[in-house]
Design a binder for this molecule. Structure first.
Ligand code: ZN
Length: 117
């Protein structure tokens, strides 16, 4: 029989907080590397070349965008740790399974709610 804790204990919160802060640091480094200033528009005569560059730029922006979304997920998880709400599903308010948090500490949804998405 499975036993779900009502609240995540403080020690465990600290562990997840460390993981989340480490992940956030890495993400911010990645974002910085995608935000490098590019010198585009310098060669006007090669149209094909230019569209390739634009595509590359677009991909890089898309990657940076999804990384930023990931950072904001981590931020809200860190905020939840501060307010003592970490580990609670934001949809059904039940505790999020530890297996879920171990895989994705920033997860705001329990397994059941994740499936309904
Ligand atoms: Zn849920």
């Amino acid at each position: 029989m499975r036993c779900y804790p009502n609240t995540m204990d403080i020690k465990k919160n600290g562990v997840y907080q460390g993981i989340l802060e480490e992940q956030k640091k890495k993400l911010l480094e990645k974002i910085a590397s995608h935000n490098k200033p590019e010198d585009f528009g310098s060669d006007v005569d090669g149209l094909d070349e230019e569209s390739d560059e634009a595509e590359e730029q677009g991909n890089s922006l898309a990657i940076a965008q999804s990384l930023k979304e990931n950072v904001s997920e981590i931020d809200s998880a860190l905020e939840k740790i501060k307010t003592g709400k970490y580990g609670m599903c934001s949809t059904c308010n039940n505790p999020v399974e530890e297996e879920v948090l171990d895989i994705a500490p920033e997860s705001a949804l329990c397994r059941a709610c994740k499936k309904t998405f």
